[in-house]
Write a protein that binds this ligand. Sequence first.
Ligand code: IMP
Length: 439
Amino acid sequence: MSRASENLAVLGLQWGDEGKGKLVDLLAPRYRHVVRFQGGNNAGHTVVVDGQSLALHQVPSGALHPGCFLVVGSGVVLNLDVFEQELSRLRDRGIDVTSRLLLSDKAHLILPHHIALDVWREERAHKVGAKIGTTGRGIGPAYEMKAARMGLRVGDLKHPDVLAERIRPGYDEVRLRLGSGAELPTIEAIVENLLKAIEPLLGCIGNAQAHLQDAWAKGEQILFEGAQAALLDLDHGTYPFVTSSNCSLGGLFTGTGLPPKALHRILGVAKAYTTRVGAGPMVSELTNATGDHLREAGREYGTTTGRPRRCGWFDAPITAHACRTNGVDGLAIMKLDVLDGMAEVGIVVGYLDAHGHPVGQLPSCAAEWADLQPDVRMYKGWQTPTRGVTDHQQLPAEAQAYLDALAEAVEMPIVYVSTGPDRAEGCVYPGTFLEPLLA
Ligand code: IMP
């Protein structure tokens, strides 16, 4: 078996929305396969080409490159209606990916009662102040049904006769919880809709694990596209304010069926500041005019739900935790240009407890986050715009000093800095593993 391939994972190091889509889109021409391995249409990956932006939720971000084979792995939960809408938006731009698309027959489907349960639960939680702030897309319930052995897999759609009986146990449980007044489509209607939606994609269903094993054996290059990020990871994030999949490294292996040996490099992606959508701890949050400035300058509104994102200074403790969890080889720092023109920029270099003592590890329990205070170090801002700069040595001296401080606080080298949304706007650091991949 050949092991000549140099496979790369692109993983988020904060609470999502770091700009992974831009990097995957940039890197994709070097890779034969681009793989999504977890998450669903809670993700929103924006790629900008020639000033036009395209939001992808479930289709891998390699879609714009005709040479890329797109794989949706078994760890993904798929909403077929949304998937079809995305394919149709791509078709409107003259891109038809169905001849280079593989949907894992083991991936799970998001069904209408999963969405209803997600929304119902969040509404109830809201009343007692325990809302997670989910995207309301049914992601959590779809993964719950998978773990409860009541999920429906994409491969099941090849057997229409058994669909109703596969759906019924989960459906009945949701009905029990929501009560008879809940407005749910009938099981027959759900089956009918699924069969209609899958019809044009029947030829795309297959064994994604075998496909990727085979690609790896042949030395074909594979790019793994993470969705969400380490701090939203079900196990290693800010539980319970997390998503329901493992969006850090472990999820890549369970979500594809490839062994760790099949992965060679891990690119960690973080914004030059911090954002978070939904509830939960965020020590770096700025609930003042500076936070508002970051939101407006960075257009920090959710790709999936349009919700305003909470904003704050770059948070080194969470990013370092994410680097350790993911075994990151280098940092891509995105949206540096958003900080242009600020008098000062800050980095949260550590956390302090209620007594002002430094805290070494991130807390594991939600209650333990409450007392933490950020230890912020301020740096001089820069007035010369970084927008569009392509050589990091041409960045203003203050921006370079800021990036050096950031890398030191995280104890991780920077390999790429993004200076604008477009493909061309960014600096690849020479001599790093990324340089030959983006040359
Ligand atoms: P869920 O994934 O819809 O269950 O939402 C759980 C939490 O993850 C909420 O705080 C969401 O806002 C957050 N979340 C899920 N997907 C994303 C994403 O792609 N970017 C940022 N936050 C996300």
